[in-house]
Design a protein around this ligand. Structure first.
Ligand SMILES: Cc1cc2nc3c(=O)[nH]c(=O)nc-3n(C[C@H](O)[C@H](O)[C@H](O)COP(=O)(O)OP(=O)(O)OC[C@H]3O[C@@H](n4cnc5c(N)ncnc54)[C@H](O)[C@@H]3O)c2cc1C
Length: 813
């Protein structure tokens, strides 16, 4: 027997499909000196009882990327590692009951095509040609995914493990990790077999991830659901059909009824995502057992009754079958249902690859992503949707349970652009929340902070049902138009709690920042936008920088970027400099519009002639306020930064002064409309590591004259070789819908790019899209088409300048 390894470069904790895939991909990357520790036998966790469905479908670009990669990997894995396994690529039929669902399908078909997959839409009368035993009278259509199928999860895990072992990696079974200690240079993990030291550690402990996380002082945002599938006995008609056709039925997903139905041998496997649903190990009277290896929960069929009946009505053949077995197992959920893959927040040399709800179909891609994080510190695809740092620590137990149940109960729900899910709300409230609410605000959470989305007027429909539409013109549309027009013609105020803010100081702070960003560091008293690139020149983040003193810098960034950006800054900070986080001490309001100066003049004696991109300290209502002359709405304006305790007094004073000047509150929907007219990018939509700074059209923020900055060499090489695709603004003759993220852009019958955001600009009265397009097509006036929910709409490339106030005369007024 091989000796217990006492040293490794990477230790992975957990031997489910994700741990095994992580080990396999690390070894593939040449990191063979890696060890996987599993407390029981491989697959003892969720992997053991998973149904093994392997869809590629997702309405998220990054998740689709992972699933597409997994399916491709699994097709060749058995032969590659010489471990044959059961992988049936049967295709799948996903049923639609509504026009909204069909639109969702059409969008995914477009995304899939862009990723090289031929998904297809079936008309109601075509569906039975794919799936003969189906009732179709009430359907609007279906999506056909030829790559879908099912795999044996245990065989898949063993194949990945074999592949890893073949390359030299080591797996130690029956070896629980019981403690972890950071020495300052390495991790020491305790196990009953002895200690093991390693440079990096990965938490791949599935539904035990929170327990393992605690060993690292990390609270993993997660909860555990019970999920069941039902196995039915042989049905003679099905057996006969299979024998005659030589085929297996495609996987059926009736997403509007929230279940899947799969042919399992000559019977069926029915898997509902029911609502109401059941959390496990969520209350003190239901503690999590120390070990649940290869165990299941008792059957609980009552809550599935509706789905069983619905499935029998949909596929009457099912009614002829006898129920043979029920599998009821634990399945972990994060508050948004996506897994955690990436750096463990606040913990050195530690990563997470855990809390997978769909670990079988995502495991292959997840291993690739994890291995890239560990070996390169960055991933090929932008993986923010799975980055552990998208959660920032406010997600307490009750929040995780409520959100987890909400996601599970709506696992197949459509995610509409203006819809706000109701659970887990009011976690962080602005100092003026009640005042904002009293004015009619409809709220949405940003990193837990409730912000006004729009202000409902008398008679506006504020029901959740009304938000479930792809249509641009929902109940908010008229209100948002009025808000935008107030900002254009008079003045608007947006309460914006939760901006992330960091102060970096110490001798040499400005010099240090100069090397971190692509552009210039503003002079004392001034502020500017700063772009942080990675070594490949890709866009990591964007922050506003206010130079408070020679070597004292205030960095302000998106609410959701708090942990991400802090980690990036800390990772590169040098001795002698300090970073402090002031996110919770301050709040912000945006006061913007041509009358903003007149409003401010009534409440402060600040010098309001100071130019654009300057800041000053001023007094409003007896409170010290930092006034920043900048406006994301693209009008004359200031950001009013006040201490949280002073924010209400500042708001009251400004609102009172504004009454005579047409001041009106506006919300985030209006801000989105206003910013897109200025071509201002949104982080993790328009700005992501999927694009370089040059592709992002941000060369004006690159100071080539600087001796060096991160990403400079890569960007210089890219510039010399020619930038292949570039940022553009498009005016789109869209119909009823604005183009969603990753709508493809066509030219001469081929796809030449994609949109990164789209919204209606009320000042220019047009649908606008920001996106990336083949460089030779960026010429102003070029005619292209944008595919929106399957229909191509004429669009035109606009000039590189903002559509609204091209010369920035209004912001500089
Ligand atoms: C009924 C059911 C059906 C499902 N069907 C599907 C499906 O069709 N398709 C799909 O994609 N997904 C499906 N899933 C989800 C899927 O099972 C999981 O997402 C996936 O198995 C997660 O894999 P993992 O490797 O992250 O975690 P796990 O498989 O849970 O592995 C974690 C491992 O960590 C080990 N471990 C824990 N603590 C320690 C420690 N301290 N030291 C060492 N080792 C430790 C555990 O023993 C375990 O083996 C289903 C889940 C359920 C419950």
């Amino acid at each position: 027997m091989a000796e217990f390894p006492t040293q490794a470069r990477v230790v992975i904790i957990g031997g489910g499909v994700v741990g095994a895939s992580s080990l396999y991909h690390l070894a593939k990357a040449g990191w063979t000196d890696c060890v996987l520790l599993e407390k029981n036998e491989l697959t003892a966790g969720s992997t053991w009882h998973a149904a093994g469905n392997v869809p590629t479908f997702s309405s998220s670009w990054s998740i689709m990327n992972m699933q597409r990669y997994s399916a491709g990997l699994y097709r060749g894995l058995g032969a590659e590692v010489d471990y044959p396994m059961n992988y049936h690529v049967t295709g799948s039929v996903r049923l639609g009951h509504s026009t909204e669902r069909l639109l969702e399908f059409k969008r995914v078909v477009g995304m899939g095509r862009y990723q090289g997959m031929d998904l297809d839409i079936l008309a109601p009368d075509e569906i039975t040609s794919r799936y003969p035993f189906l009732e179709t009278h009430d359907l609007t259509g279906a999506l056909y995914d030829p790559y879908d199928g099912d795999i044996d999860p245990a065989q898949l895990t063993q194949a990945l493990a074999k592949g890893a072992r073949n390359m030299g990696a080591h797996i130690e079974r029956f070896c629980p990790v019981t403690a972890a200690q950071w020495t300052g240079t390495e991790w020491v993990l305790t196990t009953p077999k002895g200690e093991i030291r390693c440079e990096y550690v990965v938490n791949a402990a599935g539904y035990y991830a929170a327990e393992v996380g605690r060993m690292f002082g990390r609270r993993v945002p997660m909860m555990v659901m019970s999920h069941q599938y039902l196995l039915f006995d042989t049905i003679p008609e099905l057996a006969e059909w299979s024998a005659t056709s030589g085929a297996k039925l495609p996987l059926l997903r009736d997403v509007d009824s929230s279940y899947y139905l799969r042919q399992e041998k000559m019977g069926f496997n029915l898997g509902p995502y029911e609502n109401p649903c059941r959390a496990h190990w969520a209350t003190p009277d239901d503690p999590m057992p120390e070990d649940f290896s290869f165990q299941l929960f008792p059957d609980d069929l009552e809550r599935l009754e509706w789905h069983i009946n619905d499935a029998m009505a949909r596929v009457p053949l099912l009614a002829k079958a006898n129920l043979q077995k029920v599998i009821n197992g634990p399945i972990p959920y994060t508050p948004d249902g996506n897994p955690l893959i990436g750096p463990m927040p606040g913990v050195p040399n530690a990563f997470e690859a855990c809390v997978f709800t769909f670990g079988i179909c995502q495991g292959g891609g997840a291993g690739k992503v994890l291995a890239e994080w560990v070996t390169e510190g960055a991933t090929e695809w932008d993986m923010w949707s799975c980055d552990p740092r998208r959660f920032t620590g406010f997600e307490d137990h009750d929040y995780c349970v409520a959100k987890g149940k909400e996601v599970y109960g709506h696992e197949y729900a459509i995610h509409f652009p203006h819809h706000v899910w109701p659970e887990g709300r009011d976690k962080k409230l602005s100092a003026v929340h009640d005042r904002v609410a009293a004015l009619g605000a409809e709220f949405g959470p940003y990193n837990g902070w409730e912000r006004a989305l729009w202000y409902a007027r008398a008679g506006d429909d504020t029901s959740e049902a009304a938000q479930r539409t792809w249509n641009r013109e929902g109940p908010w549309f008229g209100a948002v138009k009025a808000e935008c027009e107030a900002v254009r013609d008079a003045c608007g105020i947006l309460d914006l709690p939760g901006f992330s803010r960091f102060v970096i100081e110490g001798a040499g702070a400005a010099e240090w920042l100069l090397r971190q960003i692509t552009g210039k560091v503003p002079n004392v008293g001034r502020l500017g936008l700063a772009y942080f690139a990675d070594d490949k020149g890709r866009i990591v983040t964007e922050m506003s920088v206010a130079r408070l003193a020679e070597d004292r810098l205030l960095l302000i960034t998106a609410a959701t970027a708090q942990e991400h950006d802090k980690a990036w800054l800390l990772r590169h900070l040098i001795p002698g400099l300090s970073l402090s986080d002031h996110t919770h001490d301050w709040s912000t309001q945006i006061l913007t519009g041509p009358n903003a100066r007149a409003v401010l003049a009534q409440v402060t004696d600040a010098d309001l002639t100071k130019p654009w991109l300057t800041w000053q300290m001023a007094q409003i209502a007896g409170a010290e306020v930092m006034l920043m002359r900048v406006s994301f709405a693209g009008e004359l304006g200031w950001e009013l930064h006040s201490r949280v305790g002073d924010t209400a007094a500042v708001w009251d004073a400004v609102m009172a002064a504004g009454a005579a000047h047409g001041l009106r509150p506006f919300g985030m929907f209006a801000l989105n409309s206003l910013r897109i007219e200025k071509g201002y990018r949104a982080w993790k939509g328009d700005l992501s590591t999927d694009y370089t700074v040059l592709q992002g059209g941000l060369e004006r923020f690159v100071d080539w004259a600087k001796p060096d900055f991160r990403g400079k060499a890569a960007l210089a090489a890219e510039k010399q070789a020619g930038v292949a695709k570039q940022f553009v603004t498009l005016r789109v003759s869209a119909g009823a819908f604005d183009p969603p993220y990753m709508s493809t852009i066509w030219h001469d019958g081929i796809v030449v790019g994609e949109t990164t955001s789209g919204y209606y600009g009320h000042r220019v009265r047009a649908c606008l899209a920001l996106g990336m397009i083949r460089s030779d097509l960026t010429v102003v006036g070029t005619k292209v088409e944008v595919e929106i929910f399957g229909e191509r709409h004429a669009a035109e490339v606009l000039s590189d300048q903002p559509v609204w106030d091209a010369k920035n005369e209004r912001v500089r007024a």
